[in-house]
Design a protein around this ligand. Structure first.
Ligand SMILES: Cc1cc2nc3c(=O)[nH]c(=O)nc-3n(C[C@H](O)[C@H](O)[C@H](O)COP(=O)(O)OP(=O)(O)OC[C@H]3O[C@@H](n4cnc5c(N)ncnc54)[C@H](O)[C@@H]3O)c2cc1C
Length: 427
């Protein structure tokens, strides 16, 4: 069993396989799914003295966590406005702070564990493709109140000095954003988990789970885990293990590509090592890699199989923003699945006694998986109740096949509205 053919996996090279589960074991906690949610939960539990088994049906970080765009942001997949509308401004501000702590956690682990090659760059440009500057100026003002955080507004001319495209009307530069090589980060956490005595089993799918005598039994092909607590971290890659949770999620695909080294051509077009994303509802996200390569991601769809012309599609997206890059050659292109709920917020909490969930982070998972892992570990080990701040966001039915159709229609609608926005007149 191997990793998908991504730039990240290729750049690392050989990644030794971990053992499969063979036989029956007893632990305090069984965590299912070794993406960043599962890894962080498991690591924090082990740090708190619990014995932990982490099960992964493929390889550690095989899912979204080892193949994403790498931008570590603050906030959630749902907008801050909608969260405040639903739970009130004060509670929303607390969730926002937790999401910020999640981003800090990632930065801190990379530094403390000395995870080489994981931190790729700092700073982020949020690019706007229409002429209404209101939201950007409010963002800058809010970010710099009460103290100056260095978040700045760049008009078109200023933006163009850094990003040589006519597409962006203005940008906001956020200096404390950062981006990572996600698979290196994943492997760094896994190494620390094992160093502290946590057990990781790859190629070990959890096939079923059931409660028995106040504990949980998790069955795999060649063994069973007996655990007091189980944490479900299977995201968009499992729809059978625990139906109540699967029914609450839709798998949504997004795509990424990496190019061959481009030399000066890239230097002239994108003169920054900071990450860039645009504010469209289904926007592009990209950044320079080492050796003058470009990593570019975008699009969201309910179609979970790889489109036949994925490379052409992504190249077309690049050229529509930077026509001067029309000759780019790709080395890798890949897709990944994210788990989304209807409310676009993660599912964090206890679903039955001793059965926990930390899943459905959508396209905003690098900070929120860290946050959720810390919250669930604290709940299990210390009976901490901070996770209850998420109880307004329950696993509600996502609509099954009808949900997928409805969501796809919404995405098409979003793209249409993005295009209309771009035609809006500059103020
Ligand atoms: C292409 C792409 C780009 C993205 N870009 C960004 C970005 O720039 N910034 C950001 O913040 N977020 C981004 N995201 C989102 C982010 O990557 C995810 O939200 C996050 O990684 C989810 O982590 P997870 O641990 O919940 O799930 P995953 O990483 O998907 O892990 C779930 C794991 O569970 C395993 N599993 C499933 N079922 C079982 C089972 N029965 N038994 C054992 N194991 C099982 C799977 O094999 C998988 O490895 C992106 C996502 C994608 C796909």
């Amino acid at each position: 069993m191997n990793y998908p053919d991504t730039y990240y996996a290729a750049e690392i090279g050989n990644i030794p396989q971990k053992p499969k589960l063979a036989g029956d074991i007893t632990v305090d906690v069984c965590v299912i799914g070794a993406g960043l949610a599962g890894l962080t939960t498991a690591l924090e539990l082990v740090r708190k003295g619990k014995s932990v088994a982490l099960l992964e049906s493929h390889r550690v970080g095989w899912g979204a966590s080892g193949r994403n765009g790498g931008s570590v942001l603050i906030g959630f997949a749902e907008s801050a406005e909608n969260i405040a509308r639903k739970i009130g401004v004060e509670k929303a501000a607390k969730l926002h702070d937790l999401s910020r702590e999640g981003a800090e956690y990632v930065r801190q682990q990379i530094a403390d564990l000395n995870i080489k090659g994981a931190l790729e760059g700092v700073g982020r440009y949020s690019a706007v493709r229409h002429g209404d500057t209101t939201a950007a100026k409010m963002q800058v003002k809010a970010a710099n109140t009460p103290e100056d955080t260095g978040v700045v507004f760049h008009n078109h001319a200023e933006t163009r000095k850094v990003l040589d495209t006519g597409k962006y009307h203005h940008t906001v530069f956020i200096p404390d954003g950062f981006h990572i090589q996600p698979l290196r980060y994943v492997l760094g956490l896994a190494a620390e988990l094992e160093r502290l005595g946590g057990q990781i089993f790859e190629d070990t799918k959890a096939r079923s789970l059931k409660p028995e005598g106040g504990r949980w039994q998790v069955s795999c092909a060649a063994g069973k885990i007996d655990a007091k607590d189980v944490v479900l971290c299977t995201s968009g890659y499992d729809f059978t293990l625990y139906p109540k949770l699967s029914r609450a999620m839709l798998p949504i695909a997004t795509y990424v590509m990496a190019t061959k080294p481009m030399g000066q051509q890239l230097d002239k077009a994108i003169k920054t090592t900071s990450a860039i994303s645009d504010t469209r509802r289904s926007g592009d996200y990209y950044r320079r890699l080492e050796n003058d390569r470009l990593l570019w991601g975008g699009r969201i769809t309910t179609r979970t199989s790889r489109p036949l012309k994925l490379a052409e599609m992504l190249k077309g997206d690049v050229v529509s923003v930077y026509p001067q890059l029309e000759n780019i050659e790709l080395t890798h292109q890949w897709e990944g699945l994210m788990g989304y709920t209807r409310h676009k917020m993660p599912l964090i909490g206890q679903v039955e006694k001793g059965l926990w969930m930390a899943t459905a982070f959508g396209g905003h998972g690098l900070n929120t998986t860290a946050m959720a892992g810390c919250l669930i570990a604290a709940a299990i080990a210390d009976q901490d109740e901070t996770y209850k701040q998420f109880e307004a966001y329950k696993p509600v039915w996502a609509g099954g096949m009808f949900g997928r159709i409805a969501v796809q229609l919404i995405y098409w609608g979003m793209r249409f509205r993005d295009r209309l926005d771009e035609r809006r007149k500059p103020e």
